[in-house]
Design a protein around this ligand. Structure first.
Ligand SMILES: Nc1ncnc2c1ncn2[C@@H]1O[C@H](COP(=O)(O)OP(=O)(O)OP(=O)(O)O)[C@@H](O)[C@H]1O
Ligand SMILES: [Mg+2]
Length: 489
């Protein structure tokens, strides 16, 4: 028989649970109204589940959560909260609460499901379900603590109707995470609609979000529904929200406060239930401080904040991402050699997962038909540091190349270049690393161009011979020729 402890000083809530749970014969229910009573009851009993109000006369739900988990780690804890304290309930989830429910309880069926789920024996389904879902939606988690915590929290809040703000540098996977949350939510069978607030003019964005009536402005030849209407039962992903103009920010705030909006050119209020997930690569609190973003809007969006750590802070996840992208492109055909894997893990990835994905696509293209094992030779030079070069290939033809690459001239040149670039940034407080990487790529490009031209000149344009001279395959030469003038990754 499952032992359930209800902790709330409100009699009505106690009666409600008494009634709700008495319908199930195999539950044994206990009540506590204060922190002191909880102490007494856990001294002699252990529970499978505790449903705890955040506000108690002599303490708060978070303290009770800590005590319960300390005394009996297996006890599941659901926090009860009012709308105004949802943020604290989310803090409780970060601290180990298993779920939260909002008072008043509008959806009894959902509440019963939550309780049943907590009491279900922990066979695989409990643990594997979220991981399977992540896999299905193409969201790689890896093993870093940062991503694990982020994933657990994202999964727990996915089914709640709270707004979510995702922050993270460019390419960290904000959209991938938003899609995962949508798939893990009860809205999964309704649309997930994304709009980039930075990519459209203010007028276009407004008509995109709210729709317009026929004739509302020149060119509005048809009535058009807005995204708030189309995504009403689903999720509206407001990407790069930090770029929304002040006037759009005011309009968004109004919708988030009232859940209503008007089409451009109409006075009629339309209701929307869209769940908002916003994303930004800039820190919005900082933008508020600088007067560029409305604090009240941030407060509405940031009910749950999920910050995706940059890839350089979770390098242990890199092999999982590599395998994911390799598999996606080639099935299980290609693998990375040890040295290539090491080079990937040494690099700092200013463009995060997107850059990593591009590097893999490039390597797969180069390796196509040549090899099943991607070595460091197939990676951009910016990834392979000079100390890794002597190990790069055991091929006899390459011995000349290796000697050249580790020659004193080259080492001296690289040293000078490094000193020079560090000197340029010495006096600056913030180092613009992406620019530095861009400069490095340019250097790489210049070297490519110079050698490819030299070889073609000397072989009178014979590509076969030129590629032999450069110790690369004709395919690689073709690739370099196509890449001419473009960035390199
Ligand atoms: N955890 C992840 N698992 C699998 N793929 C990922 C992950 N994170 C990022 N990616 C991949 O990296 C690329 C960039 O991801 P996404 O567009 O979600 O990033 P973003 O943070 O929205 O970037 P931006 O700020 O530039 O818009 C995509 O190709 C995506 O598939
Ligand atoms: Mg994005």
């Amino acid at each position: 028989m499952a032992r359930i402890l209800i902790v709330d000083d409100d009699n009505e809530v106690q009666n409600f649970f008494s009634y709700l749970l008495s319908r199930k014969k195999d539950f044994h229910i206990f009540f506590a109204s204060t922190g002191e009573e909880v102490h007494t009851s856990i001294a002699s009993e252990s529970y499978q589940l505790a449903i705890v109000d955040l506000k108690l006369p002599d303490t708060n739900g978070i303290e009770i959560l800590k005590i319960l988990k300390q005394k009996n780690p297996a006890c599941k804890v659901i926090i009860m909260t009012g709308y105004s304290t949802v943020k604290s309930a989310l803090d409780a989830i970060r601290l180990g609460a298993d779920d939260y429910i909002e008072k008043p309880f509008d959806d009894i069926g959902e509440l019963e499901k939550t309780i049943d789920k907590m009491l279900a024996p922990e066979i695989n389904s409990e643990q594997d379900e979220p991981v399977d879902l992540a896999e299905q939606t193409g969201f790689v988690i890896g093993t870093s603590i940062g991503m694990r915590n982020l994933f657990t929290l994202a999964y727990k809040i996915a089914r709640k109707n709270v707004n979510v703000l995702i922050e993270g540098e460019t390419g960290t996977g904000k959209e991938v995470l938003a899609r995962f949350i949508h798939q893990a939510s009860l809205r999964l069978n309704h649309p997930f609609i994304g709009v980039n607030c930075g990519a459209l003019t203010e007028t276009l964005l407004e008509s995109e979000l709210f729709g317009h009536e026929k004739g509302a402005f020149t060119g509005a030849t048809q009535l058009r529904k807005g995204l708030f209407e189309i995504a009403s039962k689903g999720t509206l992903f407001l990407d790069e929200i930090g770029d929304a103009s002040p006037s759009i920010q005011v309009k968004l705030l109004r919708v988030l406060e009232t859940r209503e909006f008007m089409r451009v050119g109409s006075e009629k209020h339309i209701h929307t239930d869209a769940r908002i997930i916003a994303a930004s690569h800039i820190n919005l609190s900082e933008a508020v401080r600088l007067g560029k973003f409305r604090e009240d809007l941030l407060y509405r969006l940031d009910v749950v904040k999920l910050h995706i750590p940059p890839l350089r802070q979770r390098k242990e996840d890199i092999p999982y991402l590599i395998n994911h992208f390799l598999k996606r492109h080639t099935g299980n055909e290609l693998t990375f050699s040890q040295d290539a894997m090491e080079a990937m893990q040494r690099y700092e990835w200013p463009g995060n997962v997107r850059e990593l994905s591009n590097v893999i696509t490039r390597a797969i293209t180069l390796a196509d038909g040549e090899t099943k094992i991607i070595t460091a030779d197939y990676l951009p030079l910016s990834l392979t540091k000079s100390d890794a070069l002597p190990h790069r290939s055991s091929n006899a033809q390459n011995s000349e190349k290796i000697e050249l690459q580790s020659s004193p001239h080259l080492d001296q040149f690289l040293d000078d270049w490094k000193e020079n670039i560090i000197f340029q940034w010495n006096s600056k407080h913030i180092i613009d690393y992406p620019t530095i990487v861009e400069q490095t790529s340019k250097l790489e490009q210049v070297v490519h161009d110079a050698f490819v031209k030299k070889a073609l000149r000397e072989t009178f344009g014979n590509r076969q011979e030129a590629s032999r001279m450069l110790n690369i395959s004709p395919r690689t030469l073709r690739y370099l020729l196509n890449e001419k003038g473009k960035g390199h990754t």
